[in-house]
Design a protein around this ligand. Structure first.
Ligand code: PGU
Length: 402
């Protein structure tokens, strides 16, 4: 018999989104034929846009000829694409060879967790995208279990709530090796201001920590005063890695394409550039993003592609406005939904899973319970803005039953 990896046994429950699906299926078994509206998982619904499709087709056609065919490519991605990405999405503040193309942000987070290993301590925003904690636990980042707090001692939860504007009280946080930070935030929809990110960078510099900045929703920022990347902040190049993705801005959730920026200046304690180890991880554990997806990504960075990205983002953001308005009208306190595709609704004194069940039963709408993102998410429910417009129009009618 093979011994089970003990870290797997340390995970608290199943991964959040399959659990939500399980409950949805269970509801459908009991109520066959009911049309459920899914505002749960942040999964894109609108078709790929024409210019991007052209880019994908073009590469498929090229691969179907003997002259044009190519097999494995550079593990780090097509160098032209890396340079384009640095220029178009970062305005040149990062270099092409600091950008590593991948099959998505989630996969890069897992590989970063492999790179940093089990010896590190981590801090996460509470609530946060469950992969930061679950992936770290799988990688062995636990330490001993503190029964009184129901938490592992190598994992620090930085409370982000209404009272602190969803930005952690850094003056009272202990030092950790890594700090996961997501802005625009999943699930709260909060976007850190320039001043807040400066505080975060200064905190990391003081503590010699590394920030893993998740910018998967950066294209949803329309307010020009808000930073879209951590690298807009002075000093970030010495303390931050950024992961990001084409999933949400270009609808590549199924196509799969993302990237990670590791700046040259970022070093480990012994002076080794983090970039070297990241290159070693990518060349060893990854074989390059699909060449078809990369050509789709390149098309997305051309002027027509960027214009399409803008209109796709606007479409989802109108959904966000529709749902936010309806929830506000019901007297609920909501956050997010302005520069982020999630609306975070407060149900004071209630358990998130109870609210989830009530919304499912009364409105046939699937949401995501806030407690699935961390202890401070209790009492909240997340509404995703990813869906067809007609479903949002229908959803707000159904919410009247709440
Ligand atoms: N980072 C954040 C903050 C996310 O919310 C998501 C997706 C990803 C990364 C994944 O990016 P990829 O490039 O597509 O890998 N979050 C969704 C989907 C759930 C999931 O398990 O990824 C959500 O509903 O939270």
């Amino acid at each position: 018999m093979v011994k089970r990896n003990p870290n797997m046994a340390k995970l608290t429950a199943g991964y959040l989104f399959p659990e939500i699906n399980r409950r949805k299926r269970e509801y459908l078994q009991k109520n066959p034929g009911v049309k459920i509206i899914s505002l749960g998982i942040g999964n894109t619904t609108e078709p790929l846009t024409p210019h991007v499709v052209e880019g994908l087709h073009h590469e498929v056609d090229r691969l179907s000829t003997r002259e044009g065919y190519s097999g494995y490519g550079d593990e780090q991605g097509i160098s032209d694409f890396r340079a384009q990405l640095a220029a178009k999405l970062y305005g040149g503040i990062v270099k092409g060879d600091e950008v590593f193309i991948s099959d998505g942000a989630k996969c890069d987070i897992a590989r970063l967790q492999t790179m940093f290993g089990s010896e590190v301590s981590i801090a996460v925003q509470d609530p946060s995208y469950p992969v930061y904690v679950d992936g770290s636990v799988i990688a062995g980042v636990t330490g001993s279990y503190d029964q009184s707090r129901s938490q592992f001692d190598k994992i620090v939860y930085m409370k982000c709530c209404l009272e602190n504007d969803f930005f952690p009280d850094l003056d009272n946080q202990p030092r950790t090796d890594l700090i996961y930070f997501c802005s625009p935030n999943n699930p709260t929809g909060a976007v850190a201001s320039r001043e807040q990110l400066k505080k975060l960078v200064d905190f990391a510099r003081k503590n010699r920590s590394i920030i893993i900045f998740d910018a998967a929703y950066s294209e949803y920022i329309s307010d020009k005063s808000l930073p879209k990347t951590i690298f807009e902040i002075d000093g970030a190049r010495e303390v931050a890695i950024e992961v990001s993705s084409f999933s949400k801005p270009s609808g590549f959730t199924g196509v799969r394409l993302g990237w990670t920026v590791v700046p040259d200046q970022l070093k480990f304690e012994d002076g080794t550039p983090v970039r070297n180890d990241w290159n070693r991880i990518m060349t060893t554990l990854f074989n390059g993003a699909s060449n078809i997806a990369q050509y789709g990504g390149m098309a997305a960075l051309e002027d027509e592609g960027l214009a399409e990205m803008k209109s796709l983002v606007s479409y989802y953001m109108e959904n966000a406005a529709i749902i936010k308005k309806a929830l506000d009208a019901r007297g609920l306190v909501t956050c997010g939904g302005i520069n982020a595709p999630y609306v975070w609704a407060h149900f004071p004194g209630r358990k998130s899973w109870d609210v989830f069940s009530e919304i499912l039963e009364k409105c046939q709408i699937v949401t995501t319970p806030g407690s699935g993102f961390g202890p401070a998410g209790e009492g909240f429910v997340r509404f995703s803005a990813f869906g067809h417009r007609e479903d949002f129009v229908e959803a707000i009618k159904r919410l009247e039953a709440l």
